[in-house]
Structure formats: C-alpha cells, structure tokens
Write a protein that binds this ligand. Sequence first.
Ligand code: FAD
Ligand code: EPU
Length: 357
Amino acid sequence: MSRSFGLVVETDKCLQLYNSLGLSSVASHFCVASSIAKIQEALTYAKAKQLDIMPLGAGSNVVFASDLRCLAVCISILGIKESGSNGGTPNSVDVRFAAGENWDRAVRHCLSQGWYGLENLARIPGNVGASVIQNIGAYGVEISDRFISLSAVKIDTGEIIILNKDQCRFSYRESAFKQLLKDKFIITHVTLRLSRIPIINIDYPALTHYFADHQGEISSEMVYEAVSTIRQSKLPDPDVLPNVGSFFKNPVLSASTLAKIDSKDGRTKGQIPRFEQPQGCFKVPAGWLIEQLGLKGLRYGAAGIHAQQALVLVNYQNGKKDDCARDILALARYIQEKVLATFFIQLEIEPRIYGSV
Ligand code: FAD
Ligand code: EPU
C-alpha cells in the first residue's frame, strides 16, 4: 500500500469482491476515489507509473480474464439531489446523481421523493456511473429515455467536462463510451429528467402479462414491485450464483437480413421471434435462440448456462482461484459458434472483458 497526497493505492489487489462473476484476478494497483479531486490524483498517479486506468463501479458488467496491470479506480462519489428544471416542464424534475450511488437505491430514493420514470429499471445491479456506459435498459425503458447530461473527468488531462445526450450517442446497450469515447472519461455525475406525475409503462410483454388480471389503478410502486418479482423469477442473484446478467446482446437485424435468415433456416422455418425496432429493424431474443439449441442448463467446467435464462452465464466455482474465466469464455465461444452455425446470427458479448485467458 502507498500514499500519494491523500490517495491510498493498494498493490496486488485481488478483485474477487469487486466483480459479480466472483473472478479472483489481481489488479497491480487499486484505489477508491470518493471525490473528483481523488479521481484527479489517481490519474496523476497512473501517469507517473505508466498504468492504464480501469474505472470500476460495482463490477456487475465486467469479466476479468487474467491478472491486470492497471490502476483500478473504484468510483465511490455519493449524493443525489434535485438540480432545478432547466428547460423542463412544471411537472418535470432534473435530478443529479453521483456516479458511486447504487443504481437500485437511487431508483427507490426517487420513488420515495415522488420523482417517477425509473421504476422499470428496478433492481439492475451496479452503480449510476456505469449505467450510461451501456445505456442500461429493462422492461421497456432505457436510461437514455431520461438522460439530460453527465459530468466526467478526462482521463488524459484531468479536466472536467459536461456531455449532453447527443454527444453520448445512445442506442440499445450502446453509447459513445463503448466506441469513440472508450476509455477517455471517468463519469462523476449523471443528470436525469424525471416526472412529478407517475409514468406508467407496462407495455413490455412480461409486465402486461403480470398486470393482466389486475383491476383498478396501477401505481409506480406497483410497477417497481412487478419488475422486481419478474426479475427475481428468472435472473440468478450474483451473491448466490455469480453472473453478469445477460452475457450476450440481443441481435438487432435489418428486415432484409432477417428475411435471408428465415429462408436459410431449416430448423425453425421462419419462426424466430422478433420485436420491431425503429428504422425498420428487428430485435431477436438471443435467449430464445440458445434455448432452441437445447443448451439451457448446460455446464462446462466452472461455467454454466442458467436454467431459467439462457442469456445468463454463471460461475459455479465462486471463491476458488482457478480457471473460471477461461471456462466462462470458452462456453461463450461455444454458444456463439452453435448459434452462428444454426441461425446464421453472430452473437455479441455484452460485458466488457479485461485481460485475456
Ligand atoms: P462495472 O461492471 O463496474 O463497469 C462496467 C463498465 O463501465 C466497465 O468498463 C467500467 O470500466 C465502466 N465504468 C464503471 N463506472 C464508470 C465510471 N464512473 N466512469 C467511466 N466508466 C465506468 N444491464 C441492463 O442494462 N439491464 C438489465 O436488466 C441488467 N440486469 C442485470 C442483472 C444481473 C443479475 C447482473 C449481474 C447484471 C445486469 N445488468 C443489466 C448489467 C449491469 O448491471 C449493468 O451493466 C450496470 O450498469 C453495470 O454497473 P457496474 O457499476 O457494476 O459497472
Ligand atoms: N427467452 C427464451 N428463453 C430464454 C430467455 C428468453 O425463450 O432462456 C425469450 C422469452 O420467452 C421472451 C424473450 O426471449 O420471449 C425475451 O426474454 P426476456 O423478457 O427475459 O428478456 P431478454 O431479451 O432475455 C433483456 C435484457 C435484460 C433485461 C430484460 C428485460 C438484453 C441483452 N437483456 O433480456 O437485461 O433485464 O430484457 O427487459 O437486452 C442484462 O443486460 O444483463 C439484462 C439482464
């Protein structure tokens, strides 16, 4: 452990408690940054030691494939506050969230304040900072639907900047932070525009089904509970069975690509489910494709395909230092090959992979 100004930097830090897959990779350097000043100190430290920076939230969307030479910076800035409604309506409220806030805690806090619009994103693991990296989405809502702006520190200069929605280039499980702006910024605060009037959105099939027999009004709190219940019925709790949620994105295909696949696909004969998206595209549920191949519940070494949700890969050997990452990635490759060979669709891995096996 060493100190540089007020920053405490640990060396050879095991990351097992810092990722929801429970992988026991070691970061050569590690620190916790609870303020913008601490982030800037960390950047100076990394520059002096010629280390790459790896920002970390709750580690629920990362795969550590090997030990890492880097400065892992655990972003733990806290705070949620109303930030005035510039450009909103009398019924809207702009709320500024610090990057280290736990996402679900933030959603519940907003509900308790009468700030609505995040209920469909209930119970998504992780922190606010990372929520914009992949534009978190669930049950018919994406964070980009509520997004106004973010503050970030530039990794190369330490300068603080503000980015608006256009600059973040959000789309399904995508943002500029996974493309052009990859590894360039540490997000410190996110501002969302919420509503003082409940926004009830139960169009997602599982939610519509949940409320099918319900008589009377549906409140935001009820939507939060419904989403929580549906999620608990299919997604494994990482504390019990380590995982990173969906391991693959749902492929978004053009109508013509899908038509070609339908004509070649002798197995399901044009029965692949599809959900219409903007610009004439269709989202195909990757979990369905994997399930059709009979792979649900398959185990490979330490890794497995979850029995209730084929998109989720789990680590059955949490707590042991072994080759879990190698098994997880080998299983992912096997799934990709099978899906490609049968359905002519290339599945894209969703979590960020650091290091290599
Ligand atoms: P981390 O895993 O710590 O980091 C993810 C990436 O963001 C890394 O590349 C990291 O370097 C970068 N990063 C983190 N913080 C910052 C920062 N402040 N500035 C810059 N870069 C940063 N996702 C969904 O979209 N919808 C779901 O329904 C969903 N369900 C899930 C269910 C389960 C059981 C699990 C385990 C995961 C699920 N996820 C889901 C994925 C995950 O919860 C999200 O991607 C979440 O936003 C990750 O947050 P995190 O803080 O854990 O990020
Ligand atoms: N399906 C199957 N078999 C499976 C899984 C799904 O046939 O094993 C079918 C379902 O029957 C349904 C369709 O696929 O018809 C969609 O399933 P579901 O509603 O469970 O959603 P998903 O597409 O599997 C996506 C997100 C989840 C998010 C849910 C709810 C991606 C990659 N995943 O899953 O996000 O919570 O929708 O909106 O988009 C995550 O990103 O980690 C994650 C969990």
